[in-house]
Design a protein around this ligand. Sequence first.
Ligand SMILES: CC(C)(COP(=O)(O)OP(=O)(O)OC[C@H]1O[C@@H](n2cnc3c(N)ncnc32)[C@H](O)[C@@H]1OP(=O)(O)O)[C@@H](O)C(=O)NCCC(=O)NCCS
Length: 172
Amino acid sequence: MIVRRELPDDQAAVRAVIAQAFTRDGEDPIEARLLDELRADVGWLPRFSLVAVSAGDSRGEVVGHVVCTRGYVGDAPALGLGPIGVRPDRQGQGIGQALMNAVLGAADALDEPLVALLGSPAFYGRFGFRPSTEFEITPPEPDWADYFQVRPLTAYVPTSGVFRYATPFEGL
Ligand SMILES: CC(C)(COP(=O)(O)OP(=O)(O)OC[C@H]1O[C@@H](n2cnc3c(N)ncnc32)[C@H](O)[C@@H]1OP(=O)(O)O)[C@@H](O)C(=O)NCCC(=O)NCCS
């Protein structure tokens, strides 16, 4: 399994993986529609759209995907992570962890200061995420509490304020 940047030919497979990862009753999940809307948004950052592919070559089958899009803490640029998903038959095999480490490494290398996400502290704490309030960063929705987490990177400079995702997240 390798992690690489998404290529134009991967888009349909990526959408299918995210839909399969999040569907509860066979319906098209909101996360797949969010991905569609993010792609069309000014906040879409192709360099942070990564796929995990199952074969040993770069054209292998897509089994996981992660993306970060442009967000802000107050007026300061930051990254919002999500959706992240792994095909159900390949979950629990370290693919989500590989995607997280790859996208955090890319963000750090490209001098992004901070990555934010909404999710389980039990899963994301292992990647250095902490509740945003520890950094005086207010979640977009105050009742998200400790589920809204941030991971400061090397270029991080303390900046307090409300986190704002790319616009399509607001419709969730
Ligand atoms: C969450 C997800 C991306 C993780 O990817 P993965 O390849 O299954 O995870 P890995 O194999 O790298 O890591 C497995 C570890 O993560 C934990 N984990 C996986 N999903 C979790 C979740 N939703 N909440 C808490 N812990 C979770 C597992 O318990 C396991 O922990 P352990 O190593 O202590 O046993 C994947 O399971 C998935 O697509 N889930 C459905 C969609 C989803 O919930 N996306 C995230 C929304 S925030």
